[in-house]
Design a protein around this ligand. Sequence first.
Ligand SMILES: Nc1ncnc2c1ncn2[C@@H]1O[C@H](COP(=O)(O)OP(=O)(O)OP(=O)(O)O)[C@@H](O)[C@H]1O
Ligand SMILES: [Mg+2]
Length: 255
Amino acid sequence: MTLAKAKPSQSSSISQKEVVPQKQKIIAFVSQKGGVGKTTSAVHAREWFAQYGTVGFVDADAQRSSSRWLTTLDPSLPVEITNDPTTLLKNLPQLKQKYDFVIVDAPGSLEEVSRAILSRCDLVAIPSQPAHLDLDSNLKTIEMVEIAQDIRGGMPKAVLFLNRAEGGTVLLREAKQTMDSGLTNLNIYRLQSIIHKRQCITDAPGQQTTIFQMASEIESRRKRKGGKRRSLSPEEIAKQEYHELFTEIVEILNA
Ligand SMILES: Nc1ncnc2c1ncn2[C@@H]1O[C@H](COP(=O)(O)OP(=O)(O)OP(=O)(O)O)[C@@H](O)[C@H]1O
Ligand SMILES: [Mg+2]
């Protein structure tokens, strides 16, 4: 299963620039907070990065939600399942040699597992929901990232992004401000890209698909019918948001 390279979209106001990622990188989705979107983001990242090379995937969560989801997409996808910190410390550098990119889905708890991942990854992405409580609950994750950066001379690169945001709300504006002030003086960037809350994203694993595949099907159906391009579907907008998010991550990864 490969994802077609993102093409510029005529009817979209969101830019579709392309930045090619440097290879041999481990990108981990980590948060001590449960249910913020680590698995959802990691599964979409796997598919997006597959445009540019081979991708290994590590499901470090005992719930195995990402590996189960990936198996429904394609049982032949390379997925390693382990939530043992020592195994992660040993295997992640080997996987980095083997694949162009390695995506890691961290568990919602189990500090030792997250610490092991932070000891080995090149970039950590922290999904966060735009509620004060969620931003506060990032503090533990941020502290772990800071310790790892201290030990590893600034690595891993770290980004925080808003997921399940509801557009235009006061909460969202406040969340951005709270985040920015909370991250001042830290080596963690808040990404401009935001993934909004959409039913199609919630539905994707149950329907054994992804936003990229849903959007492609809509695009090809439209082409087959020869219909004029009307406004974008929620799936196409979500696809663009993921494209923007991963492009921004790559810009930081490449820098
Ligand atoms: N942008 C979004 N819009 C709508 N639903 C979303 C979005 N992101 C995630 N979800 C849904 O929120 C729930 C939690 O997401 P997910 O499983 O990715 O979080 P997680 O951080 O991996 O959780 P855990 O800590 O339990 O592993 C899932 O039902 C998922 O489908
Ligand atoms: Mg998860």
